[in-house]
Design a protein around this ligand. Sequence first.
Ligand SMILES: CC(C)(COP(=O)(O)OP(=O)(O)OC[C@H]1O[C@@H](n2cnc3c(N)ncnc32)[C@H](O)[C@@H]1OP(=O)(O)O)[C@@H](O)C(=O)NCCC(=O)NCCS
Length: 159
Amino acid sequence: MADKRSPRQKSTATGIQLVPLEAGHIPAIIEIEKQSNSSPWSERSFVNELDHPYGVFLVAVADGRIVGFGGVWIMIDEAHVTTVAVSPDHRRRGIGKRIVSALLDAAQARGTTCATLEVRASNTAAIGLYEDLGFVRSAVRKRYYPDNREDAVVMWKHD
Ligand SMILES: CC(C)(COP(=O)(O)OP(=O)(O)OC[C@H]1O[C@@H](n2cnc3c(N)ncnc32)[C@H](O)[C@@H]1OP(=O)(O)O)[C@@H](O)C(=O)NCCC(=O)NCCS
């Protein structure tokens, strides 16, 4: 849904801390995930990110509260953004962009030269965020998502 606040009313991602995922974060993350994704990740999927051999998973914290998260897998020279979500009451403040930028920086520091992801074709908010960060639409995977057979847009960013 489009954000109705004027730019002057907008707060920013200042004051947000990004920290590596810990086991204690997972219950709060699952709540945000349920509010954000029509086909949410399982608890097991998040637990797997705790010691993922080629993953980086960051949690955004504001005033001691978890407000977002995101992950990336590093596949040799490619960064695959696996997930990102921001709590509905903290959206449109730059937090999603901060999370994805930090994931890409972490991946680049480990040697990636490009990044890719899939996003539901109807997800204009996420597509807007990724385009803001320099991703471009590269392909469409027809009926990719099993829950509603929605197309996936494949996006790439080359450093
Ligand atoms: C996608 C999501 C993570 C964006 O998080 P966010 O913190 O609200 O995003 P930001 O405030 O950092 O937005 C950065 C830019 O993305 C674009 N954008 C973000 N939300 C948008 C929206 N609702 N409509 C249009 N563009 C949007 C804008 O270009 C925005 O810049 P601007 O605010 O200066 O115009 C958030 O909407 C979310 O959690 N959605 C549900 C989960 C999801 O869809 N994840 C992506 C799976 S691929």
